[in-house]
Ligand binder design. Sequence first.
Ligand code: ADP
Length: 281
Amino acid sequence: MGNTLEKIKVEHLTYRYPFTERNVLEDITFTINQGECVGIIGRNGSGKSTLCYALSGLVPSFFKGKYSGTVYIDGIDIRHIPPEERVKKVGIIFQNPFSQISGAKMSVYEEVAFGLENIGIEKEEMVKRIEEVLKKFNLWDKKDENPFELSGGQLQRLAIASMLALKPEILILDEPTSQLDPQGTNEVYETISKLREDGMTIVIVDHKYEKLVEYVDKIIFLHDGKIVAYDKPEKIFSLPEIEEYKIGEPYQTMICKKYGLKNKESLYPVRFLEAVEVLRG
Ligand code: ADP
């Protein structure tokens, strides 16, 4: 505690995809301290994924387009961090775990090894790291299996394990549970919870608010590529601006309980279930 090292700092970031006419991110400025866990919410198309790409450097190294402003990682402009160094700083996990798995012929063990070989980790260290992450994520007994035979939750855990074997300092998760059933979702959030305890800096996009609020320190509320608010979850969900998202009764009760608020009147009167619908577009 008390550590306020600025891990991620975004200053006036504006971005437009190639061959398009509209900025997807508009003058984005915020800071995430080391060890913080931050959620990003907003409707479909509000720019959440693009912001994740910018925080991991895929924007503008992979997605070119029109880019201004700066994303700093540990005070260094992300564009100045070479790709092989960047993967050791920032790991990104996408919605669909299949998109992260390299090859159908590989075993779970080889899947983790693949990423490590790519960044030139020595054999001895590699063996150590693979065993460590597979054990940590309860996948050690699956090490000889084909990844495509795992359940959705296990596969997403493997994607996270493979990423963490590279020992990144920041983990970005873009809707990591959207393809998962409740059991898979719980598995992923338990993993996130462990990583938090280890002091990792985490950014997570998820529509499952009821899960998100339990795990994050703060929430970035994006709308049309702009930050509407960046605050603690209980503040975000009592903002007048969120009224159009209509947060509902069950959610209010949950928030009140979680944050020890006496009555629901202390929250802005909004309806949750409708909000989920609106946010899902
Ligand atoms: P969210 O994650 O909040 O749904 P996205 O970041 O995926 O939002 O998308 C923001 C906007 O950028 C959308 O209007 C989307 O159509 C557009 N967009 C996303 N990817 C691309 C791309 N590769 N090229 C052009 N436009 C894109």
